[in-house]
Design a protein around this ligand. Sequence first.
Ligand code: SIN
Length: 309
Amino acid sequence: MLLRYIAMQYETIAVKRLSPVIGAQIDGVDLSEPLGNQTFAELHDALMRFQVIVFRDQEMTLDDQKRLGRHFGDLHVHPFAKTPEGHPEVLTIHADASNKRVAGHGWHTDVSCDPEPPMGSILYLKTTPETGGDTMFSSMYAAYDALSAPVKALLEGLEAEHRSEHLASGNAGHGDHKDQRDYPASVHPVVRTHPVTRRKALYVNAGFTRRILGIERKESDALLEFLFDHVRTPEFHCRFAWEDNSVAFWDNRAVQHHALWDYYPQVRSGFRVTIQGDKPFLSTDESPEVHSDTSLRLSGYDLKGRPDS
Ligand code: SIN
């Protein structure tokens, strides 16, 4: 099917890019209110287009944040992160002078060890350090696009194992508390097709990916080292400088992120809601890239990336 790129005209939100390839700040929306259809469609379109969208000056309760997440899909329950009492779908993100490690420090995609890893994450920080504590985001579309054709062809034939035991509570700044479920492990394609935009994205990350399968251990180690270094390329990045009451919403199918920990012993604190995704796949269908919700409907996918029934 031939699809045309149709840029969506935004009517309810204002958008300012954070970098040429990834990230946008969104103004004009109060995330504590249920989203109307038009605002939801525009936010979804902006997330698909910019891969991470950020907001300033938001006041949300945990219930508001969960409702925001549920506009985009079912909520994901993290296997081992600390959660506030009575909210198993919410992660506590907190660092202060007592921390020996912090969650999210190092390039990763959220919970890629799950068989159906999260499609997106919404982080709301209420307390931020005076300076420092930025989150960096790297576009996995840009990372894939920058590879040479022979390397793309090699990677497209490979799958990798993603594990989590090494990150379980107590090991990675998630705290000392009871895990919510067993440590997942899964095999995913090294390059995945985004289910909504149909763009190809690199899908290995230093946090969870332990080994590329079907090749020698030495080859896997060398390839992963190269790819983890490739993700660190500054031209694929944007960097978000938090203020109190900011929100970042990222698409885990298209980005990796890295929470900087340069603010010790200051406090950085808030909550993350994570949205369930589906099983990563690599499509051989070379459909042209699509972005807008109009195009998404044309492409046979609903707004959450599920094939229309
Ligand atoms: C995370 O969700 O990985 C933490 C990100 C951050 O604290 O900036």
